[in-house]
Design a binder for this molecule. Structure first.
Ligand code: HEM
Length: 365
């Protein structure tokens, strides 16, 4: 395009923005501040954003408390497997349990689940009532409801069926998806909006963060399977796939990757192999993002979390089963996933506003 062609293009962009009473830089123009429709929409977006951010925090807490429920053996604290409504939704046959600490731990988890459900109801209300013009926010709110319902169903099944490993892993996977969705909605509902101008996407970094996040999610799910086998195995009390390689890492029972030497060993090794692939992808992403100066502080945060998480994983093996280490490993794995979602969102262009102001200012030629 020639120089005059470029400036002509810039002039026509400015004209379009003036026609809508908006600054080409987003919300900051005086046109926006004086437009009650836009000011009102900004307030609704802010409220929606607060709700989604609070729900994301509640999801993180629920995941960690879920880990505490498991390591403190409170998963069935409200009633044994097969106890029907006595154990879920009631707890020990009561609405509010008062008897033992395991019940209280399990009930704390349920209380947080109720808080999350209320927050999600608020998100749906806010989207349907005030943000109908934002189709993506509406769709996201509906998917949140579906995920929470599935999560509650899985939670109930996990309690009913005695914490089977695939249910534990599915419950963990669903929590990660909900967390990612809530972070995405928080990002989408930013009151400051983009101008819709095409911004070059750092494609290399986007591909790497997508690969890193996918592999971390796979590692987390495989970790959930390891965790769900805790009652199996020969070590007292159980140990499951956690102890299947003894206290060896990076080796396993004297070998490097002795696949085929037992189901629990294989489960532990799948977690390790996925972790190795995730480490390669995330480190590669961090190097590229820092070199190109993209995604703000997220890549450095993801790098720091990854390093600590691998160390914590190794300590989980070297020191055997310690409840504190297991819960810390779960919490950090969740934070690492969140940091990669944050990095992915930071790479995307800010979405354009959908609001069409009621009264357009006259076009200045
Ligand atoms: C990218 C790095 C890693 C991520 C994201 C990750 C994630 C997870 C998650 C989410 C769990 C389930 C925790 C629970 O529900 O209690 C888990 C379990 C586990 N992970 Fe990792 N992990 C990573 C690296 C490692 C490493 C390097 C090791 C060392 C071998 C390791 C060993 C274990 C063990 C032994 C468990 C079972 C803990 C239990 O008994 O509950 N992890 N991992």
């Amino acid at each position: 395009m020639t120089g005059s062609g470029l400036s002509g293009y810039a002039r026509s962009i400015r004209r379009v923005f003036r026609a809508h009473g908006r600054s080409p830089h987003g919300w900051r123009g005086t046109g926006d501040r004086n437009n009650p429709q836009i000011v009102n929409e900004q307030a609704h977006l802010r409220r929606f954003r607060r709700l989604t951010a609070a729900a994301a925090a509640a999801t993180f807490l629920l995941t960690v408390v879920g880990g505490i429920v498991r390591v403190s053996d409170s998963g069935l604290g409200c009633g044994p497997a097969g106890s029907g409504a006595h154990g879920w939704p009631l707890c020990g046959g009561r609405l509010i349990p008062i008897v033992d600490t395991k019940m209280i731990v399990e009930y704390t988890h349920r209380f947080l689940a109720i808080v999350l459900t209320v927050l999600i109801a608020g998100i749906v209300w806010q989207a349907v009532r005030h943000l109908r013009a934002h189709q993506r926010l509406l769709d996201g709110a509906v998917v949140c409801v579906v995920l929470v319902l599935l999560q509650a169903l899985l939670g109930g099944l996990t309690v009913e069926h005695g914490l089977e490993e695939l249910l534990v892993a599915a419950h963990l996977a669903m929590a990660m998806l909900l967390l990612a969705l809530l972070m995405t909605l928080t990002w989408l509902a930013r009151p400051e909006r983009g101008d819709g101008a095409a911004t070059a996407l750092p494609r290399g970094a986007v591909r790497l963060v997508a690969a890193g996040a996918t592999l971390v999610l796979a590692t987390i799910i495989a970790g959930g399977v390891v965790a769900g086998t805790e009652k199996r195995g020969t070590v007292d009390p159980g140990g499951g796939a956690h102890m299947a390689c003894g206290k060896e890492f990076p080796t396993c029972n004297g070998g490097v990757l002795p696949f085929g030497s037992g189901e629990l060993v294989d489960i532990q090794l799948v977690h390790r192999v996925l972790m190795l692939l995730a480490v390669v992808a995330v480190v590669w992403f961090v190097v590229v993002a820092v070199r190109d100066g993209v995604a703000g502080y997220w890549p450095a945060l993801a790098g720091a979390l990854l390093t600590t998480q691998v160390l914590l994983g190794a300590l989980n093996v070297w020191l055997g089963m310690h409840p504190g280490l297991i819960v810390a490993h779960l919490a950090l794995g969740t934070l690492l996933w969140a940091a990669l979602i944050g990095a992915a969102l930071a790479l995307l262009p800010v979405p354009e506003s959908r609001v069409v102001p009621a009264r357009a200012a006259p076009v200045v030629a």
